[in-house]
Design a protein around this ligand. Sequence first.
Ligand code: AMP
Length: 281
Amino acid sequence: MIIFKTKKEINNFLDKHRKAEQIIGFVPTMGALHAGHVSLIETCKGNSDLTVCSIFVNPTQFNDKNDFDNYPQTIEKDIHLLYEKGCDVLFLPSASELYPENELLESYNLGFLETILEGKYRPGHFQGVCQVVNRLLKIIKPHRLFMGQKDYQQCMVIRKLLDLINSTTNLIICPTVREESGLAKSSRNVRLANDDLQSATIIHQSLMFAKDNILKRPISEIENKMKADLLQNGFESIDYIAFCNSVSLNPILENSTKENVVVLIAATIKNVRLIDNLILN
Ligand code: AMP
């Protein structure tokens, strides 16, 4: 695995592979890698000639400075894991490399998508995600971009970004990797004690409850039961439990067998905010 820290060096290297008509696959991450990230690397390897991963904790997507300051960093371990999994190239830029002082931030017209769910509770978050992904895309110019369904709304935002910038990069959304308990793997899980990790499995159980009941009960009843279960199992607050159209993310108001539904949850346990989702049909 080759590690690059500057745009110029990685660009020179990738140019040779582009000229040789190799398919470049790209997995952007913020590090603290776990099995979820590894699954993206593996899918990328299976669908590309060259697998490029980036690790960059992107300051512009954190609306909470405390969250940014406490974001787990395990770079030595990450490098070792990527090497072991056969990643070809790791891009490790500094903040000044990706955000040079003379380059202004752009503004992306994400419309409705950034006014709901994560966009509502983390103002500016998706603008920050687009800033960094757009800059990384300009550098890596991948044929294929691999992202996790775990961050469902982020996938929809990136799909919109690719459209806005007329990109030819193909977005491939990979399934959420979970612990045996059902809890979605997340870099933030390391902040939770074992008991809380156990309690947090109620998120997945609630999503499964929604899946089992979507055609049997009114959405309001399912939602109330999910809320009560989360609060009874140690969650101190719930930002949202939302039933949405899986393509547009428009809210589903009542049981509609015609629409494809995704249910999305954001809730906080012991000061750690977790998100998860499940496609119901
Ligand atoms: P992050 O490092 O959290 O920014 O995540 C980098 C990529 O890994 C994103 O595309 C995430 O959606 C994806 N990812 C994070 N957790 C998981 C998971 N449990 N399963 C699959 N993909 C994941």
